[in-house]
Design a protein around this ligand. Structure first.
Ligand code: GTP
Length: 359
């Protein structure tokens, strides 16, 4: 069977997630715990809620962990299949590589690292109404200069794929979600790396194919960087980002069973504290994600951070906008600020790092 919506879903989850290192050294980006479940669970829940049940995952980096966790998908009401690339085929190559598993006339393709509220039924409906070859979800963003932009004509047809410029002519960007007519998907060259963004789409446009834009302005976030990952997780916890993988908006923090908070610890801003994690007396954890077994010492301040599994933060240490790898230990009385990344297993002695205004 295909799906109530009459389409297959393809989810690309094979990237190495380099911008999220060191977290992605031990787990691929879509498996990182986000509001208490793997990031991919949120996307799969949204796919299921839209009435799509047949989902093919295109995997490469750490391919085995997806099947270990999600199995055949029946627990989620899905029929999940996995296609492994022996060499990474990039986005377009990965899409082509799953063609033999598709059943329906159209496939909805998702980047596996996007949180989005776009209505998938409307996206598919727009594709069919336009009788397009490919329909791209185009997101309206406040600052399009940070992205390449995708203008459309008055009928919604894509007219160009423009590189990043300081003054783009439109606020529409490629949101990383597409509906492909199956024959068009099969026309992507097989067996070699292909970028769907840089090669497939510009090539289709140049050859006169009908590329349609589905323009949307609901919630959208690419969680590919540590800052975005932290924000996305907090938005899920607070109910700002859409998901069907949680029972409902959790509130100001998600403290999972088995976490230990001191009575006077403060945990807020959409923070998640996983099982076995500990937050000590008078410590503050705000808008951060603590993986299993992470420990925050007494009086420490952790804002907009990710603490990997078993990471330890010493008493009185201040971390803002920092990623701490699994098992790393930061001693007491340290200060680390925006963009700092501590590699797994690294130990920093008490007071070893400080960036204060009078330093
Ligand atoms: P960075 O290294 O931080 O840029 O992350 P990334 O490797 O995930 O790359 P990017 O964010 O550009 O990828 C967009 C989506 O395509 C993500 O969901 C990736 O998992 C996926 N992706 C990227 N390259 C490949 C690939 O070679 N094979 C497969 N199957 N998926 C890929």
């Amino acid at each position: 069977m295909t799906s109530e919506l009459g389409v297959d879903a393809v989810v690309l989850v094979g990237g190495r997630g380099t911008r999220l290192r060191p977290l992605t050294l031990s787990a691929p980006k879509p498996m990182l715990p986000t509001a208490g479940v793997p990031f991919l669970s949120h996307l799969l829940s949204r796919i299921r809620a839209a009435g799509i049940t047949h989902v093919v995952l295109g995997t490469s980096y750490r391919a085995e962990v997806f099947e270990e966790h999600f199995g055949d998908g029946s627990a989620l009401g899905l029929e999940l299949e996995y296609v492994v690339e022996s060499e990474p085929l990039d986005t377009g190559g990965a899409i082509r590589n799953v063609a033999h598993r598709l059943r329906a006339r159209d496939a909805v393709v998702f980047n596996g690292d996007i949180l989005s509220g776009a209505d998938l039924g409307s996206l598919v409906g727009a594709h069919r109404a336009a009788a397009a070859d490919v329909t791209l979800h185009l997101q309206r963003v406040a600052d399009p200069s940070r992205f390449g932009s995708v203008p459309t004509d008055s009928g919604g047809r894509v007219t160009a794929f423009l590189e990043k410029t300081p003054d783009p002519p439109t606020d529409q960007i490629n949101a990383g979600c597409y509906v492909f007519r199956r024959e068009v998907l099969e026309s992507i060259p097989a067996g070699r790396p292909v970028s769907v963004e840089r090669e497939t789409f510009p090539g289709l446009l140049a050859s006169g194919a009908h590329l349609h834009g589905f323009v949307d302005a609901s919630y959208w976030l690419d969680v590919g960087t540590p800052e975005a990952f932290v924000r996305g997780s907090a938005d899920l916890v607070r109910g700002v980002a859409p998901t069907s993988a949680l029972p409902g908006p959790v509130g100001d923090a998600l403290v999972l069973d088995g976490a230990v908070l001191a009575p006077d610890a403060r945990v807020d801003g959409g923070a998640t504290v996983a099982a076995g994690a500990e937050v000590g007396a008078r410590a503050t954890v705000s808008e951060s994600v603590l993986f299993e077994g992470a420990v925050v010492g007494a009086g420490a301040v952790v804002e907009r951070c990710v603490l990997g599994a078993g990471a330890r933060v010493g008493a009185g240490t201040v971390l803002r906008g920092v990623v701490v790898g699994d098992g790393a230990a930061i001693g007491a009385g340290c200060e680390l600020l925006d963009g700092a990344r501590v590699w797994p297993g690294v130990a920093l002695a008490d007071g070893a790092v400080r960036f204060s205004s009078d330093a």
